[in-house]
Ligand binder design. Sequence first.
Ligand SMILES: [Zn+2]
Ligand SMILES: [Zn+2]
Length: 379
Amino acid sequence: MVGIRSRRHFFASIMRLFLKCLHLGRWQRRRFKLMKRVEEFYRYGRLCLLSLVYNSFTNSDVVIDSLFEPIYWLVDHMTRWFGVVFVALVIVLTSSIVLIVYICVLPLILQTYTAGWISWHLSYGHWNLLMIVFHYFKAITTDPGYPPKAKLDIPTVSICRKCIFPKPARTHHCSICNRCILKMDHHCPWLNNCVGHNNHRYFFSFCLFMTMGCIYCSISSREMFREAYLAIEKMKLLEKERLQFTVNQTYYQTPAPTFSFREKMFHKCIVYLWLLCSSVAVALGALTLWHAVLITRGETSVERHINKKERRRLQKKGKVFRNPYSYGRCNNWRIFFGVETRLHWITRVLLPSSHLPHGDGLIWNASYATESRPTVLAI
Ligand SMILES: [Zn+2]
Ligand SMILES: [Zn+2]
């Protein structure tokens, strides 16, 4: 009897275990189904979301650009608003230097220098000033060049996603001007204008002549600066002594003589002139040098970044990148300045000239497409 009972109990236990496993299996299947449902729902939702923003050109750069869009917007608007302030600053600072040169430096040159040196300073100084004023005026008043809206038969390379309009080669969108610019170099806040096909020469010449003018002023006034600096130091020392004397004096006595107001102003103006000219010469000189390198290579500032990427991409494939807009170092400079004859180096480069730039800024012949021109590898 005991044996039968224990056997029944054993079978009952097995049945219970079997039922439990069955129940567990059902629960597992239910959980699996639920997981599958959730996964399907996630996939469907993701597909819906991607279908809303899908673009075959979307990559990490586009996503980062989109995230930084509010910051770009703020910077663009600030640059647009402060453009007028920057232009006023250039005019005020340049005028102050010219005034100091006329009031403080020129009388000394006329008194101390020989006739030969006086004529050199007068002719060079005025020529340099004329070139600065002319090129700055032309750079801020000349429009950089825009793609025509009516002419639709021009060869284009892409479509501007901001203007929703075809872009010719070398044309780029300026987010500050909010329009496409032909052969765009950059937006210059000091000009409150874009630097493009029509005013690139004016911009570069302004930078060049401004640097030359600053170097000229720094070199011409270096001795005066040294003397003015020492005089200011002496002035401070005398002022300190005078104050100490006034505190300690017990009876009336005439205080030690100090510099007059005119002398003080003179020395301060010379120090201001030298410091401003030297710092502008260094900063603007570096910028001018960089633009000179770009012109030699036949690139704009925008193309520099594009070509750099393209060069790396082709390098990985074992190919060599050729800049299609470079016609050789000398030719690039000739095209940039619009020099067609030897005389043009004087009349169009060293003298104020309003001649139009080479080409229309819409059609660009690739250098390696023409047999007569040498193929140049972009460095
Ligand atoms: Zn555009
Ligand atoms: Zn612009």
